[in-house]
Design a protein around this ligand. Structure first.
Ligand code: DC
Length: 218
């Protein structure tokens, strides 16, 4: 029997993570946070002191990475036995992840790792190329976006809530720069998959987005 897959692609801050987790919970499906895999690799290479152009060493690091996602009341992610949950959300981690994500050898190495998440009874896959490259066979595809300013404001609020000093115009510029790098890269750029349902969450609540997506699947 084929495993049903819902792919949710879109830029950072569109609400993909929150929405994907809620939908996976409601449907009782598995959840793949592919961005966390790129982010974990970014942490691993930073800890090793590798530069972005040391491609072979980065690919080897990706191959050896022991990444475990645990979900009880809160999400915990460990890399080679160390808890990296907090580090994953750092801006610097996201920026390095976006840079290594532009390198085709690295994307190829991470492809199978992501495809292993396709397991019964179903999968919600969140990322940039879930519907286009990793799971082109998915039955349900969504492209979830929001304006750069809306996404920057959400990020600003999250950082403030964590007590981290933040500057809205810097965050907006950072988001625009990352969007550009992610959408204009040559390999697996961030583009809507063919047939994907386009949702702009700028003026929608999380519940509204979840409802709309659930209505696609149910
Ligand atoms: O979704 P995120 O912000 O956690 O992703 C971090 C970076 O990883 C993002 O800038 C682009 C990259 N990424 C990617 O290229 N392909 C994916 N499927 C997921 C993330």
């Amino acid at each position: 029997m084929s495993v049903p897959i819902l792919t949710i692609d879109g830029p950072s801050g569109a609400g993909k993570g929150t929405v994907s987790r809620l939908i996976a919970q409601k449907l009782g499906w598995h959840y793949l946070d592919s961005g966390a895999i790129y982010r974990a690799l970014a942490i691993a290479i930073t800890e090793k002191g590798l530069a972005i152009d040391e491609i072979d060493a980065i690919v080897n690091t990706a191959e050896d990475m022991d990444l475990v996602f645990q979900c009880d009341t809160k999400r915990h992610i460990t890399l080679d036995g160390h808890d990296i949950t907090e580090q994953l959300s750092f801006e610097s981690t996201g920026n390095t992840a976006s840079k290594i994500a532009a390198i085709p050898e690295i994307r190829a190495e991470l492809l199978q790792k992501q495809q292993h998440y396709k397991q019964s009874p179903g999968l919600v896959a969140d990322g940039r190329d879930m519907g286009t490259v990793v799971f082109p066979e998915a039955q349900y595809k969504v492209f979830l976006t929001a304006s750069a300013l809306t996404r920057a404001k959400r990020r600003y609020k999250q950082l403030k809530e964590k007590g981290i000093d933040a500057n809205l115009s810097e965050i907006t510029a950072d988001i625009q720069e990352r969007d550009q790098r992610d959408s204009e890269r040559e390999f697996s750029p961030l583009i809507p998959a063919k047939g994907a349902v386009y949702i702009d969450s700028s003026d929608m609540s999380i519940d509204q987005v979840v409802e709309e997506m659930l209505s696609l699947v149910q």
